[in-house]
Design a protein around this ligand. Structure first.
Ligand code: NOJ
Length: 835
């Protein structure tokens, strides 16, 4: 309706008339700061408000003109549908008769539009059809990625010959690979990439969503594409993306890049960045369903020490509770949980217990009783408390949509409420799709009701997001807001990165699932959820020893590094398979621990700027088309390239080393390779193919310890890999590794290292404002690869001190130099000159 068009500096709006239903809609197109555009389509006059997922956004997006955007201020979160429904009492209710009339009016309406049955379940659909959709055409693109979670390729397929990708958080038993079906979490965010531009499409809608993808070049050969080009000079490649959601509004953000780094920043401005984990959470986690009792926990802990295996966290699954009543302990198996935790704390390790969102319906269970009497439970369509079936038997579901429920839930983590918990105990939120064993598709009925009168269908994909938020609130509160939480969740939505970590659920102990974990975790990382991983070894089935070893090797190079297994699997602590296997796992674990300073620095940037921790090659090499299809190797940060071995009896892998002008060094042998080529890289069972990019500097801590906390005062080693210009640079992020002092008191340091013209200079990084963390941690070694002789001296220069010669050792065959004991503090200014 062009007569309603209004144009201002930052926004354009006009009314639309839906021709068939005659419903008036309002379209707003708003230019946001940082090359981002928001499209919203809402109803002008509404009989029932539609849910808007404004909690997903970190704040009100700022318009191009620098003001807070008005559209998002008009959010209807508080404007619950309940008020409107009351108004309807005077109007004729859209009851069965009217539904029937409506059905007659529109002949082509499909069955299920006004109510629907699925197996023995019935969806009453009291508000009728509410779906929304929009098509986007992306000229110039042939490659799209994202919209996790699917057990499918990282690069998205076109969906013309099958089902669309589905986003609907579900507890899927033994999920299939190469399948667009819904899994535990949903991020309705897609990234398109071409050599010219990277672009993001964020469809902010938490209801069941389907995405169709089409491409005008899919399946065509290069020759076919050339022929098209010759025939009609105008037709370039194009991808078309269709979003369809069950209810809610059209609220889409177009992130215009143009570079991958720009798109990550633009998305972070909307949905937030990865919470900076405490360092221990980046180390190794040992889980299984279940460690049986306190003795078992202590034996596992001792086993790691006996076999010199580093480990940071022991996890307890549902069997530790008193009859699946979360926040309690089975008093036979865990009579002294605080003593057990104190013992583990003495080893400088941590523990995690599981806290699911369902509550056992049991009048003697205080958490349930309180939730029941306060009206904090999800309701069924008739208004009574919804009851489903889950681990405890009959179970009720907390209504986390309600901020008051989240607040109350947070109070349950207080030490005097969660008896037997201590400050080393962290949390695992499982089953929060939510899983309902006897519900439709193993979840809640869509017509179940939440706070404010919203139907479950309106908010389904946010249920886990809100539980994790409440749990994080609990951990924050118990430490007075000082300590960083650690919460792992199975269900998630866009923005869940602000609350902690996620994992890929119940995978299988099969080679194909090891391989799929790479594509799945890459997709999560691309869409903001950097802190993600897969169950090492596979959840179901018993992996072969070889598969277990390969999984440890791959997991050591994925952001969340946690072994976990189903209750029916055989025990698989690393030492069970004999000393050879133990040694192989030890090596993988030690590689992870040595690189913790690097992981921490890369995570700092994920927190600070939204850059993913685990990166598809094209993120680092956006112009290099050969990388667009690669998903069996990836980078951690900008410096390490990893190609895990994911096949049985492998004798070698084909590794693509990107960048025609780059050089790469095998981190184990220091052998140098030129970029822009694929190499065949022979492997043994002990080999983890990892390469350091020339031009980078990686901080490590090479002394093996029991846990990450035991490494806190350990000295560093800098690994300097020179590029063809004989230079390199890198960073090290440092803080106390557990508290919020880095945010509240600026107690951090970002150190910058630059090697150029034979001189290594350490200074404070200019990338962020200087912090004031001080530490006595010192540098015990420098390893430089790609350096040429001759060399006469290595001199340390520090302000106010005399130049000091340093001992060194040069290996000409490898062009590698080791500088021994520089002894300088990491937080000081110094220079090392090599002549
Ligand atoms: C399902 C989770 O995905 C799995 O990791 C866990 O062990 C079981 N629930 C039991 O809690």
């Amino acid at each position: 309706m062009l007569d309603t068009l209004e144009i201002s500096q930052a926004a354009t709006s006009l009314n639309l008339l839906h021709e068939k239903t005659q419903v008036l809609l309002k379209l707003e197109i708003c230019g946001l700061e940082d090359n981002t555009v928001r499209f919203r389509i809402t109803e002008l006059e509404t009989r029932r408000p539609r849910f808007e997922a404004s909690d997903v956004l970190v704040g009100s997006p700022r318009t191009y003109s620098g003001k807070e955007e008005t559209a998002s201020e008009e959010k209807t979160q508080d404007e619950s549908p309940e008020g409107e429904e009351k108004a309807h009492e005077e109007e004729p209710d859209l009851g069965t008769d009217e539904k029937e009339n409506q059905e007659e009016m529109t002949e082509e309406e499909e069955e299920g539009t006004w109510e629907e049955s699925f197996k023995s379940h019935h969806d009453s659909k009291p508000y009728g059809p509410m779906s929304v959709g929009l098509d986007f055409s992306l000229p110039g693109f042939e490659d799209v990625y994202g919209i996790p979670e699917h057990a499918d390729s990282f690069r998205l397929r076109t969906t013309s010959s099958g089902d669309p990708y589905r986003l609907y958080n579900l507890d899927v038993f033994q999920y299939e690979l190469e399948n667009p079906m819904a899994l535990y979490g949903s991020v309705p965010y897609l990234v398109a990439h071409s050599p010219e531009r990277t672009l993001g499409l964020f469809w902010l809608n938490p209801t069941e969503t389907w995405i169709d993808i089409a491409s005008n070049t899919a399946g065509k050969t290069v020759f076919g594409k050339m022929l098209d080009f010759v025939r009609s000079a105008n037709e370039g490649p194009q991808m078309d993306v269709r979003w369809m959601s069950e209810s809610g509004i059209v609220d889409a953000f177009l992130l215009l890049g143009p570079l991958p780094t720009d798109v990550f920043r633009q998305y972070a401005a909307l949905a937030g960045t990865q919470a900076l984990p405490p360092l221990f959470a980046l180390a190794y986690h040992q889980s299984r369903w279940n460690y049986n009792d306190e003795d078992d926990v202590l034996a596992v802990d001792a086993g790691f020490d006996k076999h010199n295996l580093p480990m940071d966290v022991i996890w307890l699954d549902i069997e530790h509770t008193d009859g699946k009543r979360y926040f309690t302990w089975d008093s036979n198996k865990f009579p002294n949980p605080a003593d057990m935790q104190n013992h583990i704390a003495g080893k400088r390790r941590k523990m995690v217990t599981i806290v699911d969102p369902h509550l056992k319906v049991d009048s003697s269970y205080s958490v349930y009783n309180e939730a029941y009497s306060r009206g904090y439970l999800v309701k069924n369509k008739g208004g009574g408390d919804y009851e489903g079936w889950c681990w405890p038997g009959s179970a009720a579901y907390l209504d986390f949509l309600n901020p008051e429920v989240r607040d109350w839930y947070a109070s349950k983590f207080a030490y005097d409420s969660y008896l037997g918990s201590t400050d080393i105990l962290f949390t695992w939120n499982d089953m929060n799709e939510p899983s309902v064993f006897n519900g439709p598709e193993v979840t809640l009925h869509k017509d179940a009701l939440h706070h404010g009168g919203w139907e479950h269908r309106d908010v389904h994909n946010l249920y886990g997001f809100y539980q994790q938020w409440g749990t994080v609130g609990g951990q924050l509160r118990r430490s007075g807001g000082n300590e960083r939480p650690f919460v792992l969740a199975r269900a998630f939505f866009a923005g869940s990165q602000r609350f902690g970590a996620v994992w890929t659920g119940d995978n299988l102990g099969e080679w194909s699932h090891l391989k799929a974990s790479i594509s799945m975790v890459l997709s999560l990382n691309l869409c903001g959820l950097s802190f993600s991983g897969a169950d090492i070894g596979g959840f179901f089935k018993n992996p072969s020893t070889e598969l277990l070893v390969r999984w440890y090797q791959a997991g050591a190079y994925q952001p969340l590094f946690r072994a976990h297994a189903h209750i029916d699997t055989a025990r698989r602590e690393p030492w069970i398979f004999g000393s050879d296997t133990t040694a192989l796992v030890r090596t993988a674990l030690r590689e992870r621990y040595a690189l913790l300073p690097y992981w921490y620095t890369v995570f700092y940037w994920a927190y600070r700027s939204g850059m993913p921790v685990m990166r598809a090659l094209w993120i680092e090499f956006p112009k290099e088309e050969q990388t667009f299809m690669i998903e069996d190797e990836y980078m951690i940060g900008n410096a390490l390239l990893v190609h895990p071995v994911t096949e049985a009896a492998s004798r070698g892998v084909n590794v693509y080393l990107p960048g025609a002008h780059e050089v790469w060094y095998d981190v184990h042998t220091q052998k140098k390779y030129s970029g822009g080529q694929e190499i065949y890289y022979p492997v043994k069972l002990s080999t983890i193919p990892v390469f350091q990019r020339g031009g980078t500097i990686i901080p490590r801590k090479d002394r093996p310890r029991r846990s990450s906390a035991c490494m806190s005062a350990d000295p560093y080693t800098l690994y300097i890999a020179l590029d063809d210009q004989k230079s390199a640079e890198g960073e090290l992020y440092m803080d106390d590794e557990h508290s919020f002092n880095f945010e509240k008191q600026n107690e951090y340091q970002l150190r910058h290292f630059l090697f150029k013209g034979g001189t290594l200079k350490a200074s404070v990084s200019s990338h962020i404002p200087p912090g004031k963390y001080s530490s006595t941690e010192w540098l015990e070694r420098i390893v430089i690869v790609g350096i040429a002789q001759p060399m006469m001296s290595v001199l340390l220069k520090q302000p106010g001190s005399q130049d000091a010669p340093l001992a060194y050792e040069y290996t000409p065959e490898l062009s590698s130099l080791i500088v021994r004991r520089p002894g300088v503090r990491l937080t000081a200014e110094w220079t090392i000159v090599i002549r």
